[in-house]
Write a protein that binds this ligand. Structure first.
Ligand code: SF4
Ligand code: SF4
Length: 262
């Protein structure tokens, strides 16, 4: 759906579901820990399912499904497909759902079957193991709320818009923009491995604010100059393999897709 296009979400109580797949559950935790907003949210919507908050889900039709975590088993693949059928809008919540997360860091590095055998030998599994993947590898996703974990103000702004029938707006600038607003010294000046120029903003430059380089967990900033940033990092004396390895640790899969030849 394009930004500005009218949605058909009813203005009465919107039915939502919050689901958790493979991940650390940090995004659900952010929602639950945002006490100032939680009562307003629960008053405004009809929560049908919230895996971390209730053990009594109602698995019916939904207006909006929020899905945290990557898909890494056959069971999860079936579950996400079922949620997709029941939900008018499907929202990927957090880095693992959006980009696959750390569990997807070895995607495209040899075959999954080989790596599985190396770790587990000939063990039998109760459910089919899959390469950890973002949920949009299996279903159409309408909106993305990135982050590792999500940022509460950004996420609640997006959730508020969704439940009132509007389209959430992605933060339009890279992490560097927020970093400048926070008056940080640029870590690239000290040849630190920072992905701020090619990473979508919205975290208020959480890592550089504390002298830590951005590892790209908000995913790619579509306007980033990926090729040039890669060359800049190479000029710091890092090998191509090392740069790729570090980029794909957090949300890097989608950043790497912007760099030709990788
Ligand atoms: S420290 Fe990182 S995020 Fe901040 S301006 Fe420099 S490159 Fe951008
Ligand atoms: S600065 Fe980068 S790594 Fe840190 S939270 Fe923001 S997007 Fe994620």
């Amino acid at each position: 759906m394009a930004v500005g296009e009218e949605t058909t979400i009813a203005s009465a109580k919107v039915k939502i579901g919050v689901y958790g797949f493979t991940g650390c559950a940090g995004d659900q935790l952010i929602i639950i820990h945002t006490e100032d907003e939680l009562l307003n949210l629960f008053n405004a919507v009809d929560v049908q399912s919230f895996v971390m908050a209730s053990s009594n889900p109602i698995e019916g039709d939904l207006d909006v499904a929020f899905v945290e975590g990557s898909v890494s088993t056959g069971e999860e693949r079936e579950h996400i497909q079922d949620i997709r059928k029941r939900a008018k809008y499907l929202v990927a919540l957090g880095n693992c759902a959006v980009s696959g997360g750390p569990q997807a860091m070895y995607t495209n590095d040899g075959t999954f079957a080989d790596r599985l055998k190396q770790v587990y030998g000939d063990s039998k599994f109760v459910t089919e193991p899959l390469e950890g993947s973002p949920i949009d590898e299996f279903v159409t996703v309408d909106f993305y709320i990135p982050g590792c974990p999500i940022d509460a103000p950004q996420a609640f702004a997006a959730i508020t818009r969704l439940i009132h029938g509007s389209v959430p707006e992605p933060y339009p600038h890279p992490v560097c923009h927020e970093c400048k607003l926070n008056e940080n010294k640029c870590l690239l000046m000290d040849k630190k491995f920072c992905l701020g120029p090619v990473t979508a903003g919205g975290c208020d430059s959480a890592c550089p604010n504390n002298g830590v380089a951005c590892v790209g967990c908000w995913g790619p900033n579509p306007d980033g100059n990926f090729e040039e940033h890669f060359k800049l990092l190479e000029s710091f004396g890092m090998s191509k393999e090392e740069i790729v390895r570090r980029i794909r640790n957090f949300g890097g899969l989608k950043i790497l897709k912007h760099i030709e030849g990788l």
